[in-house]
Design a protein around this ligand. Structure first.
Ligand SMILES: [Zn+2]
Length: 239
């Protein structure tokens, strides 16, 4: 018995030495600046975390994110955590999330963000990520918005539903069109898997980056048509 315990201990020691050796060869790098992370740092280094370009809109009641959707869709509120700047920390982190399979960093940022806006979204009953078209999901292997929804779900303590929304078309035409033509264009890109899931519920829709808002608008249409109680949007970054 004693020798078995001793052996287990030795195995654990060997594992931890091997882990240290691997870290030495392949250090975990910061998703923001690519520098090797210290042992006590998780995914983003202390410096990048301190320098995250937060919008802080929600702290000042700044409605500019929600204002993007006025006259298009009816929202309860809309929030954006970071400012998206080319060549900046945000771009680097979101690139890791979207193209390098660094899903953990998306989850981590979502947790930071959810902690900040928790009191403002206390009505939320479930969280829906913007879905990828199945062809794109097959190609990438994952939907980069799923870990964002998961991070929110952990902090808000409400479920997230990765398959509640379905993407029917892979792309959204961005050409300039009249309002009615655009509505027509975006109205059938997404659909809900089951309208009853959304009925009378307070929904949080999450995405990685907000640019024109066309994708979120297209997602919102079937959710609102399913008679949800309210719809709020949260994005990790805004352009
Ligand atoms: Zn860093």
């Amino acid at each position: 018995m004693q020798s078995k315990l001793k052996m287990n201990k030795e195995v654990i020691n060997a594992q931890s030495i091997f882990q240290d050796f691997l870290t030495l060869l392949f250090p975990n790098c910061c998703a923001g600046c690519q520098k090797a992370l210290e042992k006590n740092e998780e995914l983003i280094c202390v410096e990048c975390r301190a320098n995250l370009p937060k919008t802080n809109f929600h702290q000042y009641g700044d409605q500019r994110v929600a204002q993007k959707f006025i006259g298009k869709i009816s929202l309860r509120n809309a929030f954006a955590y970071l400012q998206f700047n080319k060549e900046g920390i945000t771009q680097s982190i979101l690139h890791e999330l979207k193209y390098k399979n660094n899903q953990e960093v998306g989850e981590l940022l979502a947790r930071y963000f959810a902690q900040e806006i928790k009191e403002l979204v206390s009505e939320i009953e479930f969280i829906v990520p913007v879905p990828l078209h199945h062809s794109k999901k097959l190609q990438r292997g994952y939907n980069q918005c799923d870990p964002i929804a998961k991070g929110f779900s952990q902090i808000l303590e409400v479920p997230f539903a990765p398959d509640a929304l379905i993407r029917n078309k892979a792309t959204i035409s961005q050409t300039r069109k009249s309002r009615s033509e655009r509505q027509e264009n975006v109205s059938n890109i997404f659909s809900v898997s089951d309208a009853n899931i959304f009925k009378d519920k307070h929904i949080l829709l999450v995405d990685d980056v907000l640019t024109t808002g066309a994708t979120l608008e297209a997602c919102a249409i079937p959710i609102l048509e399913a008679n949800c109680a309210s719809l709020t949007i949260a994005v990790l970054a805004t352009a």
